[in-house]
Design a binder for this molecule. Structure first.
Ligand code: DX5
Ligand code: ZN
Length: 225
């Protein structure tokens, strides 16, 4: 079977018990912590920053959990936060190309801090942003909702975009993850995987259920089909 990663988005976790709730999702089978950073400027919502990432990272280490933290920056400007998130334990740092003036520089900044780098595409961001940077990408994140909130419905046009990006990755020969974020559920994860994704963010689908393990197991069953 392909190496699929399931990334619970802690945007839908209980923020009053963030550490415990994150551990619960990871012990239930989550592979990666998806950490959504929103600034009420690039997106109309406000969430958590580097000090929460640092505390969460420390908490996970104390529990002996070494799973990656995937920081999804929905902020403008981007660059000033990168050293802080690298220091706070981020493994992946992704950003929206519209939110920075010099995309290549921001990618280099992430790499220079020892993190994996990625670009995020909203449903209408053109794929031409990929043109000159494929060699600098560890992950490409396609959003299948408009950024800002959990619990929205998957936008079907993203499936075609996924297929296009899958083809570009395969043709490039680079080892790049294809991540999908927004409206991912047990019911649609199979067709999303068939379109080429290999890393699946799921917030409300996991944290909105009383049975995290049941949801993640069912997602894996769909991925194994
Ligand atoms: C929204 C965030 C998502 C969000 C997804 O801007 O980037 O990661 O948590 O939530 P669901 O899985 O509920 O669509
Ligand atoms: Zn996200």
């Amino acid at each position: 079977m392909k190496d699929f990663l399931i990334a619970p988005s802690i945007l839908s976790a209980d923020f009053a018990r963030l550490g415990e709730d994150t551990v619960k999702a990871l012990e239930a089978g989550g592979d990666v912590v998806h950490f959504d950073v929103m600034d009420n400027h690039y997106v109309p919502n406000l969430t958590i920053g580097p000090n929460v990432c640092q505390s969460l990272h420390k908490f996970l280490q104390e529990k002996g959990i070494n799973k990656p933290i995937d920081v999804h920056l929905m902020v403008m400007p981007v660059d000033s936060l990168i050293p802080q998130f690298a220091e706070a334990g981020a493994t992946y740092i992704t950003f929206h190309p519209e939110a920075t003036l010099h995309v290549d520089r921001t990618l280099q900044l992430i790499k220079s801090h020892g993190c994996k780098a990625g670009l995020v595409f909203t449903p209408t961001t053109p794929l031409s942003y990929l043109d000159y940077v494929m060699d600098k990408l560890d992950v490409i994140l396609l959003m299948s909702i408009n950024p800002g909130f959990g619990g929205q419905t998957f936008i079907p046009a993203t499936l075609d975009k996924l297929r296009q990006v899958r083809q570009r990755i395969d043709e490039s020969g680079y080892d790049i993850r294809l991540e999908i974020d927004g409206g991912v559920k047990v019911e649609n994860i199979g067709e999303i995987a068939a379109a080429g994704a290999d890393m699946f963010v799921a917030g409300s689908a996991i944290f909105g259920s009383p049975d995290y393990r049941g949801v993640i197991d069912n997602m894996r069953k769909e991925l194994a089909k």
